[in-house]
Write a protein of this length. Structure first.
Length: 95
């Protein structure tokens, strides 16, 4: 099972890498929902990881779902924090 989780992590990381800083900066600046990103996660099947197969999902384990969400969260947090730091170079603004 560990090998499958590694494969899922790499696939999610690959998908997330297609949505670079510019994409997230635009969404942040315009206060828009990242519909393209969510659509790609949906098309790839990552958002249906825990849904049973008989209902159209993948029926994966909690471990798989956690790995998928961890990768998504890591990318988003890194991008948002980097953008925040770049916008607010003065550490006094961080508090």
């Amino acid at each position: 099972m560990i090998e499958h989780i590694i494969i899922y992590r790499e696939a999610v990381r690959n998908l997330c890498s297609r949505f670079g800083d510019g994409y997230w900066q635009e969404k942040d600046r315009e206060r828009k929902y990242p519909i393209e990103f969510v659509s790609e996660l949906t098309k790839s099947g990552f958002l249906s990881a825990l849904i049973p197969v008989e209902y159209g999902g993948q029926g994966l384990s909690i471990s798989h779902a956690c790995a998928i969400m961890e990768e998504v969260i890591i990318i988003i947090i890194i991008i948002y924090y980097l953008n925040f730091i770049l916008k607010n170079k003065d550490p006094k603004k961080w508090m």
